[in-house]
Ligand binder design. Structure first.
Ligand code: HEC
Length: 152
């Protein structure tokens, strides 16, 4: 029992201490000249879906949920945002070259088709990001159209 209390004590101390490790949650300002939805003048309904389901991890407009302020969960959230932005940052779309854009468009269509995005763990916490079949199809057609018309 004493050992257990000891472990619990140090565990709680550790949890308390890791709260002090700083995490940078400031978003870079968005330049509307290169933001995906501005570049393509994306229709409002598609824009809405992207902002609800993708922008938290694939843009510089991340809205951090409350649980993102408690370590160690905050580390995992920040890691996903960082990683998501390196794969696809819609806020910086206009800065990428044609090859990169084409590649990202193809991968986006695929991710939507195979249901790998939005991440399942994110949907569990954000039910509004759980795109239904019509919403998914709308996004797929939107991205496919940009690909097919080579408008990137
Ligand atoms: C909770 C954060 C999060 C959300 C929300 C999210 N993504 Fe991602 N996304 C990631 C992470 C992390 C990666 C890189 C690791 C991986 O592929 O799982 C990624 C990778 C990707 C990739 C590149 C890898 C691949 O699948 O080929 C694409 C494309 C993508 N996401 C599209 C989307 C789209 C479209 C949405 C919205 C419908 C979305 N994501 C929503 C976090 C997220």
């Amino acid at each position: 029992m004493k050992t257990f209390l000891n472990i619990l004590y140090w565990f709680l101390i550790a949890i308390a201490l890791i709260q002090f490790i700083p995490i940078d949650r400031t978003n870079k300002p968005v330049d509307s000249k290169v933001d995906f939805v501005k570049v393509y003048n994306t229709p409002k309904n598609v824009q809405q879906l992207l902002k609800t389901a993708c922008y938290d991890c694939h843009s510089n407009e991340t809205v951090y949920p409350k649980y993102a302020y408690v370590a160690p969960i905050s580390w995992s959230v920040k890691h996903h945002v960082n990683e998501g932005r390196t794969y696809l940052n819609l806020s910086e779309w206009g800065n990428f070259n044609r090859d990169l854009k084409k590649d990202m468009l193809k991968k986006t269509v695929n991710a939507l088709k195979v249901y790998s995005m939005p991440m399942p763990g994110y949907i569990a916490q954000h039910p509004e990001a759980n795109l239904n079949k019509e919403e998914r199809t709308l996004l797929i057609h939107y991205f496919e159209n940009i690909l097919n018309t080579e408008n990137y």
